[in-house]
Structure formats: structure tokens, C-alpha cells
Design a protein around this ligand. Structure first.
Ligand code: SF4
Length: 416
């Protein structure tokens, strides 16, 4: 990792080309906030820290998607969930080539999958984590990647597809919930060797999740008063990644969140910030093209709403396995795109957002259909949308992506 010096950041932040340097840069930008710096540090250390703890101290860990139900459940089993989607930021062209040339993934395959395959390949001989919780609800390219890695020696477990159609209610929904409870027990058996869960441990994790949802909601409320205190990259990592998996360190994450709330509560409201801000809602993936976030900040935008932001609590009045299943089928990731669209719409209305940025990866036919449907829907309702396609590999975003972000925000500013 080439960490740039403060002087270089001052001179020309635009020459940053690696994701790690963007995070370092963001720490420097947030020199006013020890809490945000801590959160960025936790994000930086997530994958390397979990791998080190696994290698040096035998701390159990598995790769998994790192969002939705998986982290809550995996933590309750005493294991660290390591989000394979976070490995993209360490990837280089060489990793893409490994996927394309060694594993014969078609060139047009989504870059997220190719980067991840390249990263898993690098770990074949390092003694690092070799267990991988896949998920058949993932897209086809990722399912192919899970199978390829199984053949290469990873211990892979895939639960069945968890999908709720928009018209599924009543008995059909109850049957799905029972189905998922069985799936969770299957996962527990694969992880621990026993087809059972420690209910008190799962209840603790559910309570932690709900507590953090409340705290992050508070941060989102405070950000409306202090839109520029926490810049785009920092909030997207804290919410879209950290809130899902706590960067592998739940206690430290929660402490940093508590400190951030204290900082925001004691910060002075700046009226000119409130007048100049262009509130935006972000929907889609957490892009690894961190320069896009920088472009949003520079153009005067502030991501105040995020699709993956907290909305639903996990029920604590039913048995914990059932609670997880109900939460999955009631949440944005239930399957049909309409569940996520409703959440985006609620955010847009609550924040009086000026625009919506829909972000996905080149080569993802799966999410691009949802994004196009959402774009049309919001466009018809008079909400400006920018539909961006980016790449997952390390490096600066393309000039075209940056130009579109800038032009979009300038257009919103002009129409204020
Ligand atoms: S961006 Fe699309 S193709 Fe790529 S991993 Fe995600 S769902 Fe799959």
C-alpha cells in the first residue's frame, strides 16, 4: 500500500489512484473527528485484521457476503464474518487476469466477481481462511465463483435461494419462514458441526443489531443538521459496510459510533452549510471507485440517504431464528426490486432529496435491471436520477464517471 503524505494530499488529491490511499486521504480530511478516523481505520483493518487474527491466534473466521443476515448469524456462532466483497479494494489488474485467463471467466463478467476470484486464488497457498459461506441468492457469476473455489480446495457451503416475491403473504410467507429457519440450522451445522444454535447468543447479536440500527438512525438525523461533517466515503463505509458487519470488530465499531454521536451532538450548526447542501440519496452497490465519492463532495453534494441504511429492526418478541427469517423476508434484500425501491422512495421523501444516484457495476445484468426500473419510476415522479456504472477494480474511476457525477450535481444546484 502506498500511503500518500499529507503534503501530497494538499498538493493534488486528484492523483490518488488506490483505494487505500483514498481511505487515508479521507482520514486526513476528517482530522476534526477522531470518531470518523477510527471508523475509517476499522474499515481499513477489516479483512487484513481478521486474517491476521485467524493466522496468528486461530480466531475462527469465514468468508461470507458480509451483509444481510449472515454477519448477525455468524457472529452468534462465535466466528468472524469476513466480507469477501471488501476484498475488491485490494485488487489489481493481475487479479482480473487470473479470473479471466486462469479460470476462464468471460471478459465481460462483473469486475466484483473477477476481483474476488483473483483474491481467493492468491490465498490458496497462504494458509489464510479457506471456508466460504456462499449464498445461492447471489447472482450467477458469484455462484460460478463459489463452485470454482470449491474445486480449488475451499470448503464452500451454499444455502438455498431466499426469495420473496412481492405478492407473497400469509401461509406462503409462513412456509418461507420455516424454510429459512431450516436453512439457518444447516448453516450452523456447517460452521460448528452441530445442527443447533445458542439462542442466547443469537438474541445478543439481534439486540446488538437493533441497538446499532437506532444509533445509526441518530447519526443520519444529525447529519441532516451537519451535512458536511462526515464526507461521502466515510458515511458510505460506516453505513453500507460497517453497519452490516461491524468491520469484524463489533465492540470497537459500536464505541466509535457512540463517539461520533457525541461529536455530532456537540458540533455547532452552520447555517451556510444548510443553505448550500444538495441532499442526495444513494442506491445500489458500495462502489470501490472511491474517487466518485470525492467528486460528490467536491461538487457540493451530500449523501444523506442510503438504500442500505437502517429501517427495520429485528423482532425480539419471537424466537431468534424465526426473527432472523422474518427480518430477511421483510427487508430490502427480500428478493423483488420493489422492496428496495420503497425504501429509496421513503428516503427521498424524508430528506427532500434533490437527486438520486443509482450505482452498479459494469457487467451486472442482474442489478442493472432493477436500477433501470427504479430510474424510470423516479424519473416519472419528477426525481432526477443518475444511473452510474463503475468498475470494481482498484484505481481511479474513469473520467467519464467523474464528469457525469459533477454535471449531475451542478444541474441540481442550478435548479435549486
Ligand atoms: S454487481 Fe451484479 S454481477 Fe456483480 S457480483 Fe453483484 S450482483 Fe453479481
Amino acid at each position: 500500500m502506498s500511503v500518500l503524505t499529507t503534503l501530497q494530499f494538499n498538493d493534488d488529491p486528484e492523483h490518488i489512484t488506490s483505494q487505500n490511499d483514498y481511505v487515508e486521504y479521507s482520514k486526513w480530511v476528517h482530522s476534526h473527528s477522531p470518531a470518523i478516523q477510527r471508523l475509517l481505520g476499522l474499515s481499513e483493518d477489516y479483512v487484513p485484521g481478521a486474517e491476521k487474527a485467524y493466522l496468528d491466534h486461530g480466531k475462527p473466521a469465514i468468508f461470507c457476503s458480509g451483509y444481510n443476515w449472515e454477519p448477525i448469524f455468524v457472529y452468534s456462532l462465535g466466528v468472524t464474518p469476513v466480507a469477501y466483497t471488501e476484498m475488491g479494494r485490494y485488487s489489481e489488474r493481475e487479479d482480473m487476469l487470473t479470473a479471466e485467463e486462469f479460470y476462464q471467466f468471460p471478459v465481460e463478467t462483473c469486475s466484483m466477481v473477477k476481483c474476488t476470484v483473483g483474491q481467493w486464488h492468491k490465498r490458496l497457498t497462504t494458509g489464510s481462511i479457506k471456508r466460504l459461506l456462499g449464498n445461492s441468492s447471489s447472482c450467477e457469476p458469484f455462484n460460478l465463483a463459489f463452485e470454482v473455489m470449491r474445486k480449488r480446495g475451499y470448503d464452500v457451503f451454499n444455502n438455498e435461494v431466499l426469495y420473496r416475491g412481492p405478492t407473497v403473504h400469509g401461509d406462503r410467507l409462513e412456509a418461507l419462514i420455516q424454510f429459512m429457519v431450516e436453512q439457518l440450522l444447516d448453516v450452523a451445522e456447517w460452521v460448528t458441526g452441530e445442527r443447533k444454535v445458542d439462542e442466547s447468543s443469537l438474541k445478543r447479536e439481534i439486540a446488538r443489531k437493533n441497538r446499532l440500527l437506532t444509533k445509526l438512525k441518530r447519526i443520519l438525523e444529525l447529519r441532516v443538521l451537519h451535512p458536511f461533517y462526515m464526507k461521502t466515503l466515510a458515511i458510505i463505509l460506516t453505513l453500507n459496510v460497517g453497519l452490516n458487519n461491524y468491520f469484524g470488530k463489533p465492540e470497537e465499531y459500536e464505541k466509535a459510533i457512540d463517539s461520533l454521536i457525541q461529536e455530532l451532538e456537540s458540533a455547532k450548526v452552520n447555517d451556510s452549510d444548510l443553505k448550500s447542501v444538495i441532499p442526495l440519496v444513494w442506491a445500489g452497490g458500495t462502489g470501490q471507485e472511491f474517487g466518485v465519492y470525492e467528486a460528490i463532495d467536491n461538487a457540493g453534494g451530500a449523501l444523506l440517504g442510503l438504500r442500505s441504511a437502517p429501517f427495520r429492526y429485528v423482532r425480539e418478541d419471537v424466537p431468534p431464528l424465526e426473527a432472523i427469517a422474518r427480518w430477511v423476508y421483510d427487508n430490502t434484500a427480500a428478493g423483488a426490486g420493489v422492496f428496495a425501491r420503497n425504501v429509496i422512495e421513503a428516503e427521498v421523501e424524508k430528506l427532500k432529496a434533490k437527486g438520486i444516484i443509482l450505482y452498479g457495476y459494469i457487467g451486472c445484468s442482474f442489478a442493472s435491471v432493477d436500477r433501470e426500473m427504479w430510474r424510470r419510476y423516479f424519473h416519472e415522479k419528477g426525481h432526477p436520477c443518475l444511473n452510474l456504472e463503475g468498475s470494481f477494480q482498484t484505481g481511479s474511476p474513469s473520467g467519464q464517471v467523474l464528469t457525469r457525477v459533477k454535471a449531475f450535481i451542478e444541474m441540481l444546484a442550478a435548479n435549486r
